[in-house]
Design a protein. Sequence first.
Length: 104
Amino acid sequence: MDDHYITIGELALLVGLFVGPFLLAGALTQFLLLRQARLRAPLLVFVLVVAAVLTVLLTWGLMFVVPSINAFGYGGAFMWPALIAVVVVSTCVALLARFRRSAA
């Protein structure tokens, strides 16, 4: 068949390979920032889960706006949006931690 469509499994693999490392690096950074702000464990987990979901959704939305990289085949479309999404969401978490730290 000469179609250029990918299956759901291939899409999940691409997201895992090209968004996963950015998501893990962002989660580690956010975890360290939130631990410095002394958030309790349930709130810390909630913020990290919400940040991960927002990162994935923002990556998906930015795929339609940001030009893709010609390298890595289909995976190149995920690289710049994932990087931008992680930086934006991590910045928002850093601001939350800063305001939380100053209020305490």
